[in-house]
Write a protein that binds this ligand. Structure first.
Ligand code: BEZ
Ligand code: FE
Length: 665
């Protein structure tokens, strides 16, 4: 419990003595110099009010007292006070009478002497409330705090037992909620626990005998301590819950408090074991001190509720299961951040469901439930992995066990929701529907997740100065047209002609004569031939290195283009704010016996897209090549003039790519 706090004690005089209300009121009038007293009491409390006022002269009796203080009533009372030159307000009754006196004091500044006849506790606070139409406004103001409170238990002896219990449990809720309310501190906690002690002792005795004066004195004392604690600590989770249930769903105040309180206690008790122990003791829990204090506190409150025959089910007050989601939402928005356990949607739903049906409140040990949950989850993951233990193929077993283990870890780590799981399944199904012999949405998915490139990396470990590998992509075609050395594989596709030349050697620098070089590329519009609607072959070809490993051909200078983004993978990229673009590149597959097959591309050094990244993570520094752009008319290495039919010829480009093959199959 923190000893750093700021506490405010409200200045108020309390005069206590059974049978002494009249004398105490007379003394207060004298002390305050009051001569024009207005008494506010409902017609039902008229006789009590007469007893209280026996020793003074009353200038005005105001008996139009109703619940929730409607604004019109407050106006009428203020006007009457002004018309009669009133200099002191005396309220006799419960929360409604005190509330009306406060409404008058709020605008007139008149002092109040409050004589409570229930356990509502309003007399101890500076909080006022006014109702206009169906909207209740509350606030706090020093002017509405009664200057004096007169406790006379004789006046409460005739309070019906049912009302005494409802009002008393409402007061007990002030005590319990004060333990963890936003401004809870050691001072208001001490008062709250004293209030709980007094109420727990008094209420069962009142149930046994409504006229038990000693019990009535205890109850008045307890409810006042509770209210002082509550006024100082503010309202905690319990009161926010009851406020929503009363305000939005019209549930009656006192019964709602009586039903909800043990569930809030059960939610919080484990998180505040020391307070729980003190509360259990205050509520008269007889158990040994070494028991679980949280369980003890909840049990003690339950015993008290049973002894008092308190209401148990919110359903009996008219709340239904259909109301719960809205209630949860509203409570969540108002839940105090200071609550001992962070309040979650699930907690609130469980709490309200239990209170709705009256199931026994059980103190939840979060740490233990968390441990149990953790155990359940890891056991399931273990069993799912173990499901492949008997797989006869050891490699398959390894793959399935590891994949399953990682999937379970993923689901647990992100706390995957069922909705998200369904979304993922739908996404994969759509990827399946988008896939045919021309389009492979799953490979594309693997590509944009970097999984294809990772697989390339794992399988093509660096070997001396061998050329690095990168992704294959979806546009390779096995039987591309044969192109002679020096031939043109553009096949009429649009773009800037590009002379590509180089050698194929092994890592010792020895030529790999006759190596098969397969090349494919997109045209300047970013289209591969397989994407053309007319089935024409262009931008691809296969050729063989000469005896010295040399090769040369005409192609197109590559340009950047987006990966196919009109399917589910494209939507994923868009949702993630990622670009679908790949930097300009020319694909190669180089095959020669005794060498590791090389799948790679070369990138264009001055392509700005290189700076913005590659949607499939395929760029490797060693693959970025200088493409030297040539002015129109510059003679080509083979003597050809690209675009010779055009006036002035055409610009063209050239690049050198020396390929080094690692040894292998
Ligand atoms: C490609 O470079 O052709 C490519 C690679 C991965 C996904 C889509 C296209
Ligand atoms: Fe490509």
């Amino acid at each position: 419990m923190s000893m750093t706090f700021s506490h405010r004690t409200l200045g108020q005089r309390v005069l206590s003595g059974s049978g002494q209300a009249a004398a105490h009121l007379a003394a207060e009038c004298e002390r305050l110099g009051a001569t024009r007293v207005m008494v506010l009491a409902s017609p039902g409390r008229r006789q009590l009010a007469e007893r209280v006022c026996a020793g003074i002269e009353v200038a005005l009796r105001f008996d139009r007292v109703v619940e929730h203080v409607p604004v019109e009533l407050a106006e009428a009372a203020r006007a009457a006070a002004a018309a009669h030159g009133i200099d002191l307000l005396v309220s006799v009754g419960g929360g409604s009478a005190t509330g009306l006196a406060k409404a008058v004091a709020l605008t007139t500044g008149l002092p109040i002497v409050a004589v409570p006849t229930t356990y509502a506790g309003s007399e101890a606070t500076d909080v006022w409330g006014l109702t206009e139409g169906r909207t209740k406004t509350t606030g706090s103001d020093d002017r509405v705090l009664p200057v004096s409170v007169i406790h006379d238990a004789e006046l409460t002896r005739t309070l019906p037992v049912g009302l005494s219990v409802a009002s008393g449990l409402n007061s007990l809720a002030h005590c319990v909620d004060s333990l963890w309310a936003p401004r809870a501190d050691p001072i208001n906690r001490a008062l709250a626990l004293e209030g709980a002690r007094a109420l727990a002792a008094a209420l069962p005795a009142i149930v046994a005998d409504g006229g038990d004066l000693a019990a009535r004195e205890q109850a008045l004392h307890g409810s006042y301590s509770a209210a002082v604690a509550f006024a100082s600590a503010g309202s905690g989770l319990h009161h926010r819950i009851c406020h929503v249930l009363g305000g939005t769903f019209g549930l009656p105040h006192a019964q709602t408090h009586a039903i909800v309180l043990p569930y809030v206690l059960a939610l919080n008790a484990h998180a505040v074991p020391a307070l729980s122990a003190r509360l259990a003791a205050a509520l008269g829990h007889p158990g040994p001190a070494d028991g679980d204090p949280a369980v003890a506190a909840v049990a003690a409150l339950e015993r008290l509720r049973e002894a008092l025959g308190a209401p148990r089910r919110l359903a009996d007050l008219g709340l239904t299961e259909r109301d719960l989601p809205e209630a949860v939402r509203r409570i969540l928005a108002a839940a105090p951040a200071t609550n001992p356990v962070p309040v979650t949607e699930q907690d609130l739903m469980a709490l309200l469901t239990a209170a709705l049906t009256g199931s026994a409140p059980a103190a939840t040990d979060r740490d233990q439930s968390a441990r149990e949950q953790e155990l359940r989850e890891s056991e399931l993951a273990d069993r799912a992995v173990a499901g492949f233990a008997a797989c006869p193929d050891p490699r398959l077993r390894r793959l399935l066990e590891s994949l399953t283990g990682h999937l379970h870890a993923f689901v647990r780590e992100v706390r995957l929701t069922e909705r998200e799981w369904r979304g993922a399944v739908e996404f994969l199904a759509e990827a399946g529907h988008r896939t045919d012999d021309k389009r492979q949405e799953f490979v594309l998915l693997s590509d944009v997740l970097g999984v294809s490139m990772q697989t390339v990396a794992v399988n093509n470990e660096a070997y001396r100065d061998a050329t690095e590998a990168t992704v294959l992509g979806p546009f390779f075609v096995a039987d591309s047209p044969e192109v002679p050395l020096g031939g043109d594989l553009a096949g009429g596709a649009p773009g800037t002609p590009c002379w590509v030349e180089g050698t194929v050697t092994d890592t010792d620098g020895k030529p790999v004569g006759g190596a098969l070089i397969e090349v494919w590329q997109a045209d300047e519009d970013g289209q591969y031939d397989v994407q053309y609607p007319d089935g024409r072959v262009a931008g691809r070809g296969r050729l063989r290195a000469d005896r010295d490993g040399g090769y040369r051909f005409w192609a197109l200078k590559p340009t950047r283009y987006p990966v196919p983004d009109d399917g589910p993978v494209g939507r994923l990229l868009a949702a993630a704010g990622r670009s679908a673009m790949r930097p300009a590149h020319l694909h190669f597959m180089v095959t020669a016996p005794g060498h590791r097959t090389l799948v790679t591309h070369i990138f264009v050094e001055d392509d700005p897209q290189l700076l913005f990244g590659d949607a499939v993570f395929g760029v490797r520094d060693g693959l970025v090549k200088r493409f030297a752009d040539q002015r129109p008319g510059t003679p080509a290495p083979d003597g050809r003039e690209p675009g010779s039919l055009q006036p002035g010829g055409r610009a063209w480009s050239r690049v050198r790519f020396d390929i080094v093959l690692a040894p292998g199959e």
